[in-house]
Design a protein around this ligand. Structure first.
Ligand SMILES: [Fe+2]
Ligand SMILES: [Fe+2]
Length: 454
């Protein structure tokens, strides 16, 4: 019988998929948490019959895995993601391609739809290799559950638990209401029994509650990224999206997933640990202007015709960490060196602010695991087209379209932070930037912005 490979970086999602699929299919399940781990598994195991993969993962995304599968394996492939196919350039031929089964299942998923797709994919694998029968997809009376998975997710439910004997008979080892300690089950594991069984009907009854519990673990997980999800995004979205900008829920999801994958990657570095902590706790300008900027950059790139997932990734990193070297995060509100705010600061504070774009760029370079050009974007984030910016005072000819987009969007995000009450004000503000911002590398982003606000 062919195995099912599940690839997702979130343990609760892996748990949920494993539980649901094992309740309907008898196939062995193989789990891993990244696209590159999946490639290793696929290279060494010819018995995998279908791949179910997330897209956004820190170490090798679903797109890379799809391309690997396309080249090496051609196995049925189900992409399970909260994002949109059109935004994953390497997936452009995903659904139209032929030769083997591919399917796109949006998260949060409906299990019936997912089961159907798995069944179809497995039937195809069976067609090619008749010697490997597959599960019919008809559930049996009992659901098998990995013992550690049980201890993680199911121990608080009141359930009869069974072990399977050699002759396939079930013997009840715990009754509903029994208190179960880790050791009660781990001792079976040591005897090489990795699974415990519950009744299919019991499983069905607790399924809805279980799914809710698993989804809430995703929100409450303690990592920086998840904490950011729970507070920062909601807050910053209210800030930006609610009033004057027409931000679609689709966009919010996409921008969030880009931010999430950047933050995950940044979390793995030590350099930014302190900054990320304060970033995630922030409830004011720092996080709001970063997220507003990124939403604006997203829209400007789409409208301006230069959106690619690579550009989105670059700008996501830049929007998140451009102010990482400010000694005082409240200084992120000081965006011009000719402003009253700047002049009111001590010369030491001024000096620190004037140097933060360069220090930030150097920090980005040191990280090593983020795309090229992010350091340039950070270096330029306070430069201005008329040469009045800092640290270098370059003029508009020195900007790339991306650095121009970032500068323009940071500027408008700053305006929106203090003026989110009227779209007329925003239109006037964007128009007022025309003289300075409608030329050179700024021309296309400014035109796009003008179209967006009008
Ligand atoms: Fe800055
Ligand atoms: Fe900033």
């Amino acid at each position: 019988m062919k195995k099912i490979l599940i690839v997702d970086d979130e343990q609760p999602i892996r748990d949920l998929l494993q539980l649901l699929i094992e309740s309907e299919f008898d196939n062995e399940i193989v789990l891993c948490e990244s696209g590159s781990a999946a490639q290793t598994i696929l290279s060494g195991d010819d018995n995998i019959g279908i791949i179910i993969s997330d897209y956004n993962m820190p170490d090798g995304n679903g797109g890379e895995l799809f391309l690997f599968n396309e080249r090496e394996k051609k196995l049925p492939f189900i992409l399970l993601t909260g994002g949109f196919l059109e935004d994953y350039p390497e997936m452009s031929g995903f659904l139209s391609g032929t030769g083997y089964f591919r399917s796109f299942v949006p998260k949060p998923f409906e299990e019936e739809m997912l089961f159907d797709q798995i069944k179809t994919g497995l039937e195809e694998t069976q067609g090619e290799k008749d010697s490997n029968p597959i599960a019919t997809g008809e559930h049996s009376e009992y659901v098998r559950v990995d013992i550690e998975l049980f201890l993680r997710q199911l121990r608080s439910y009141s359930l009869d638990l069974f072990l399977k004997l050699k002759d396939d008979k079930m013997v009840k080892v715990f009754s509903a209401g029994d208190v179960i300690e880790d050791e009660d089950l781990l001792k079976y594991k040591r005897k090489n029994r990795h699974e415990i069984f519950l009744r299919y009907d019991d499983f069905q009854k607790m399924k809805v509650e279980l799914m809710q519990s698993i989804f809430s673990q995703l929100k409450n997980a303690s990592s920086v990224t998840e904490a950011f999800d729970a507070t920062g995004n909601a807050m910053s979205f209210m800030m930006v999206g609610s009033k004057i900008l027409n931000i679609w829920p689709d966009q919010v999801k996409l921008v969030e997933s880009s931010v999430e994958s950047c933050l995950r990657n940044l979390e793995s570095t030590t350099e930014l640990a302190d900054f990320l902590k304060s970033f995630n706790k922030d409830e004011g300008y720092l996080i709001a202007h970063s997220m507003t900027t990124l939403h604006l950059c997203f829209m400007v790139m789409k409208k301006g015709g230069f959106y690619t997932s690579e550009n989105m990734e670059r700008l996501s990193y830049a929007a998140l960490i451009h102010d990482c070297e400010l000694s005082d995060s409240s200084h992120s509100t000081v965006i011009d060196k000719n402003s009253e705010k700047f002049k009111a600061l001590s010369s030491r504070e001024q000096e620190s602010i004037l140097g933060h774009p360069i220090r930030g760029a150097e920090c980005a370079l040191k990280l090593g695991n983020i795309p090229d050009d992010v350091d340039m974007l950070i270096r330029f984030h306070h430069e201005r087209p008329d040469g009045s910016g800092f640290p270098r005072g370059v003029n508009r000819n020195s900007f790339s379209v991306l650095s121009a987009t970032l500068v323009l969007c940071l500027r408008v995000a700053d305006f929106l932070f203090y003026n989110d009450d009227s779209s007329e004000k925003l239109v006037n503000y964007v128009n007022s930037l025309e003289d300075n911002y409608a030329q050179g590398a700024f021309k296309s982003p400014w035109n796009a912005l003008k179209d967006i606000v009008n």
